[in-house]
Design a protein around this ligand. Structure first.
Ligand code: FAD
Length: 444
């Protein structure tokens, strides 16, 4: 290490895929790190819809930070909300007024749902961005389904769901819900399936994918019973209906919001940073902020330039790799070397539509695969991402195999409870997920 960097101290804001990867990289080399997150656990977003539809219990995708960093004596965890960032002074201010200053600052605060000012959306829609969101939606769905099992004829539509957004989140949750409804009807728990309507302003589902994948997703979802309504926007959300911009409305008590995201709200309180598309922090190719060589922004909170000048997408693999790269660049600097531009190893894009029905586009030329092969690719890539946070890969793989092998959606939805979550015991080394204290949209 160089003389001026005798006692480096890296403050990492956010313990998601990006922040954890960064802290692990630095902790491996004995660098002092303070990781600040409002939650005492890391959450794995790609599996949120499995939690929302009771296919996985929440604690299987939420891993306590203290457990992840148990063998990292130089990594200190601070469970607190960051109210402000002073980038120029490498300082974060916590909501209780405490300040933490480092020699380096890594902003990895992720994103939050963006409701684009649609009236009623923040109040009535269910976003799917955090474990709290997924748990809240799971409980709502369970009570709706139980009520629906005894629904009176005049309560027609009680089980209907509107999913907003035809990207991977919307398509995946819509697919899982159609399967759930079908399984519940087959086992006579509900008289008939609720209608799952998927609304998107665009002309295709899974817009960032190829036309072949658009078609596949549309065909599969329709076959499973969902009703895509493309070229249509949501004008307003009410407790009992959704108004669409073509003048029509749909009766529903369940609106799931997969309609977009923007940078975590704390980025609005940052002195000295430039923000760009999605309110995200613009970074240089080496992931530092222009003019602030000791400030990094990584993962969903950052606009990270790709080699061709475009911005990399908000993906788990981008978050994990950029977090690890920021750590490597800080280590390079500490050893007197130059920071290197981020090189992203593209793992492809993929989405799961249902059991044995996924699409994946992989490799340099985005080779498209679909069906069970794509499902296997999806499982492999996500197991790898999960293992990066030292999470419960075995439970995930067991779920994946079970899902691949047989149809068990009805059983889990009817019986799932969150009994393994630490609701009150603050000393337990399990995630403390507090659902009741949050409103929809509070995730980040
Ligand atoms: C429903 C869904 C499905 C997805 N599916 C896939 C998929 O299949 N494949 C894929 O590659 N990607 C997927 N993604 C994207 C992927 O999950 C994200 O790109 C990735 O998790 C981003 O990681 P991150 O560390 O940047 O942010 P996050 O994981 O959001 O972590 C940010 C952390 O910062 C903390 N934080 C924020 N603000 C504050 C504050 N003020 N004070 C204290 N702490 C704060 C939060 O609590 C959080 O722990 C999905 C995302 C969603 C929402």
């Amino acid at each position: 290490m160089t003389a001026q960097m005798e006692s480096p101290h890296v403050v990492v804001l956010g313990g998601g895929l990006a922040g954890v990867a960064c802290a692990l990289g630095l902790g491996d080399e004995g660098v002092r790190v303070t990781l600040v997150d409002r939650n005492d656990y890391h959450q794995f977003q790609p599996l949120l819809y499995q939690v929302a539809t009771s296919q996985l219990p929440a604690e299987d995708i939420a891993r306590p930070h203290r457990t992840i960093f148990r063998d990292y004596p130089t990594v200190q965890i601070r469970t607190a909300d960051v109210a402000e960032i002073d980038a120029g002074n490498l300082t974060v201010t916590l909501s209780d007024g405490d300040r933490i200053t480092g020699t380096h600052l890594v902003v990895a605060a992720g994103a939050r749902p963006e409701f684009f000012g649609v009236p009623g959306a923040a109040e009535h829609a269910f976003p799917l961005y955090s474990v709290v969101d997924a748990e809240r939606l799971r409980r709502h769905l369970q009570s709706t389904l139980h009520a629906g099992s005894a629904a009176e004829p005049e309560d027609e539509g009680a089980l209907d769901v509107v999913v907003v957004g035809g990207g991977p989140t919307g398509v995946e949750i819509a697919g899982a819900l159609t399967e759930l409804m079908t399984a519940l009807v087959a086992t006579e728990r509900i008289p008939k399936p609720g209608t799952i309507t998927l609304v998107d302003r665009g002309s295709a589902l899974l817009a960032p994918f190829s036309r072949k994948s658009h078609k596949y997703a549309h065909k599969r979802l329709t076959k499973q019973g969902a009703e895509p309504r493309l070229g249509t926007g949501v004008a307003a959300v009410h407790a009992d209906r959704v108004e669409l911009d073509d003048g029509s409305s749909i009766r529903t008590r369940t609106v799931i919001w997969g309609g977009g995201e923007s940078a975590a709200s704390v980025v609005g309180n940052v002195a000295g940073l430039t923000t760009g598309r999605g309110g995200r922090i613009d970074v240089l190719p080496d992931l530092t902020v222009d003019g602030l060589p000791h400030v990094y922004a990584v993962g969903d909170v950052a606009n990270i330039p790709a080699k061709d000048g475009t911005i990399l997408p908000q993906l788990g693999s981008v978050a994990q790799q950029s977090g690890a790269w920021a750590a490597a660049n800080i280590l390079r600097e500490l050893h007197g070397e130059k920071a290197e531009p981020f090189r992203y190893k593209d793992k492809g894009i993929m989405a799961m539509i249902g059991r044995n029905a996924a699409v994946a586009e992989v490799g340099k030329h985005r080779h498209q695969v679909e069906g069970p092969v794509a499902f296997a690719a999806w499982l492999g890539v996500h197991a790898l991402l999960l293992s990066g946070a030292h999470s419960k890969t075995d439970a995930f793989l067991a779920w994946g195999w079970d899902y691949f092998d047989r149809d068990h959606a009805a059983t889990v939805e009817w019986s799932a409870t969150a009994h393994r979550i630490a609701w009150g015991d603050d000393s337990a080394d399990i995630p403390h997920i507090r659902v009741d204290s949050a409103r929809p949209g509070d995730g980040n």
